[in-house]
Ligand binder design. Structure first.
Ligand code: HEM
Length: 315
């Protein structure tokens, strides 16, 4: 755990340790209410994040307070809905063919984003069609709370790019705030995973060795970090945290260091991701399907080593 503190100005604690993160994430006092704005630099960070991740004053679910009205009910309803879809998805249904083709090596390496966005968008609107505009909007929205580039920030302020991105994505998912989060922000973690899966599939030894579950697990990426602030002093970790402190939980670094899959989705915590079963099932399904029809491969000669491929006639 590291602390950056300038008395009267800034107090930020950063943790990339999976045990520490589990302790902090389970603590209901570590919230996303972000009420204490008394330190100017903390206030600047919080205002940036909140402004970027709200639509018409309503926060996206990942920056909503634990006890925000309707949050927990919506989280649990989405969790149930996505879990019901997961078993079928993990079998590699037809709807995953374009992503499976990408993993087999078809198309350009950067074609992945819109393909993922379409599959995620269809969870919310059945005929969701990803376009270059919707993908660009997702790229902008992902950067918006994090960039410190003053030129980019000034340009976005003039052109209202972030507002435009949010409104476009919101329209495309019927105004569902979890949907905006999914097609604008969460999908980037899946895109990172599918890109790694393409590399794994391209390596004959990995293709032979990996079961769909193992391949999916190798391709899980967590959000870089999530932001919390205590609603009351916290003494359960090395540093004492006050209500002024901002706490940055570096999930992907902790995932890389520990391989703890629970950290990726903050499972077993009040803010657990509703897609914690759906995403692993999606990755498993893509690998399963890429292996099932390896002869569709555009760029790889040697696909015969895929142990999950049934006889050729099954295509
Ligand atoms: C690899 C993909 C994904 C990862 C690693 C991931 C991870 C996470 C994590 C760590 C959180 C907790 C955030 C926090 O505590 O501040 C979260 C929250 C959330 N995620 Fe995901 N997520 C992924 C994909 C998705 C998808 C596809 C959806 C929607 C279909 C989704 C919907 C949500 C929602 C609505 C929340 C807020 C839950 C709440 O606190 O009310 N996520 N996700």
């Amino acid at each position: 755990m590291k602390r950056i503190r300038i008395p009267g100005l800034l107090d930020i604690v950063v943790s990339a340790d999976s045990r520490e993160i589990e302790t902090l994430a389970e603590d209901p006092k570590l919230d996303r209410a972000y009420r204490d704005l008394s330190l100017p630099l903390n206030r600047y960070v919080l205002k940036r994040v909140r402004k970027a991740l709200q639509i018409d004053g309503k926060p996206l679910p990942t920056v909503a307070a634990r006890d925000a009205e309707g949050r927990a009910t919506a989280q649990s309803a989405l969790w149930n809905r996505l879990n019901a879809l997961a078993p079928h998805l993990s079998e590699g249904p037809d709807e995953l063919e374009s992503l499976a083709a990408y993993v087999r090596g078809t198309g350009l390496a950067d074609a992945c984003g819109p393909l993922v966005q379409q599959v995620v968008g269809r969870l919310f609107i059945s005929d969701f069609e990803a376009t270059s505009a919707s993908w660009n909007a997702a790229v902008v929205l992902d950067k918006a709370p994090r960039t410190m580039n003053p030129v980019l920030l000034a340009w976005w302020a003039v052109t209202k790019r972030v507002d435009y991105a949010k409104r476009l994505l919101s329209r495309m998912v019927g105004g569902d705030l979890a949907g905006v989060h999914a097609v604008g922000i969460a999908l980037h973690n899946i895109v990172s995973g599918v890109k790694v899966m393409r590399q794994l599939f391209n390596d004959p030894s990995e293709r032979i060795a990996l079961s769909p579950k193992a391949a999916g697990a190798r391709c899980l990426f967590a959000p870089d970090s999530v932001l919390r602030q205590p609603t009351a002093p916290v003494r359960s970790v090395k540093e004492e945290l006050t209500t002024k402190t901002l706490v940055l939980l570096k999930l992907q670094a902790a995932n890389t260091n520990s391989g703890n899959g629970d950290i990726v989705f903050l499972r077993e915590t009040w803010s657990r991701c509703p897609a914690e079963q759906w995403v692993p099932a999606l990755l498993e399904g893509i690998w399963q399907r890429a292996c099932r029809f390896p002869s569709k491969s555009a760029s790889q000669g040697d696909t015969s080593g895929c142990p999950f491929a049934p006889p050729e006639s099954s295509d």
